[in-house]
Design a protein around this ligand. Structure first.
Ligand code: C5P
Length: 213
């Protein structure tokens, strides 16, 4: 059997207001890097589409750097064509300013009103055209973790969703629950992100990459 080719989105994206200011999310890319390492350990071919991060990805994976959510979607959509599955571990910026100023916005003393529009959801967009490929999403919630994660799994047509809390942000540790479409818990992992990633990948590998025939 050919090695599974796993595409991972990782890190935050940035949506510029003007050439120097931007909106972003508090994401370090550590979970994405740990997932890439764990997938490589299982023999997957790994491609990572990453927003701006300081974390280092394993040498053996291909990394495609992007800045905005639109760029992440375009790169991921192209790379998904050649992948067996997607792990959406990025924290893409969900909003973008309707208008991006070409020059730095000057202060006037008055409040600055921003009109924000939603960006496209990368996981939902790719899952809508997944065919035989699998898609695993992440859900980071501050409350009602489980219910909201299952609602997201259904709305975005994911094959599994990894539910975690806000304490996951910018931390080397995480505590997650992996949920299946029928609402059951198929994995629970806690500790260093490197170990949590191994747990998540073992579930993905056994349930989605090498399902029992
Ligand atoms: O809806 P929410 O952003 O909380 O869902 C989180 C999941 O959706 C994560 O897997 C994240 O990578 C993905 N996502 C995405 N594109 C967006 C926003 C979130 O792929 N624009």
């Amino acid at each position: 059997m050919a090695l599974p080719h796993t595409l991972i989105t990782s890190g935050p994206t940035r949506q510029h207001l003007d050439p120097v200011r931007y909106l972003t999310n508090a994401s370090s890319g550590q979970m994405g890097a740990a997932l890439a390492a764990a997938a490589l350990e299982l023999g997957h071919k790994v491609t990572v589409v990453s927003g701006p991060v300081e974390v280092e990805y394993p040498n053996l994976c291909r990394v495609v750097p992007v800045v905005s959510t639109e760029e992440m979607l375009a790169a991921a959509a192209e790379l998904f064509e050649d992948a067996d599955g997607l792990i959406g571990a990025a924290a893409p910026c969900d909003y973008r300013p309707e208008v991006v100023a070409s020059q730095k916005i000057s202060k006037t003393g008055a409040p600055l009103e921003l009109h924000l529009v939603e960006t496209d959801d990368i996981v939902a967009t790719l899952a809508a055209r997944k065919g035989a490929r699998w898609v695993v999403g992440f859900a980071l919630e501050t409350d009602d973790h489980r219910l909201r994660a299952i609602a997201k799994l259904e709305r975005k047509h994911c094959d599994l969703i990894v539910s975690n809390g806000a304490e996951a942000m910018r931390s080397s540790h995480n505590s997650v629950e992996v949920l299946a479409p029928d609402g059951s818990t198929v994995g629970r992992f806690e500790g260093l992100k490197t170990d949590v990633a191994r747990g998540i990948l073992s579930v993905i590998d056994s349930r989605l990459c090498r399902p029992a025939s």
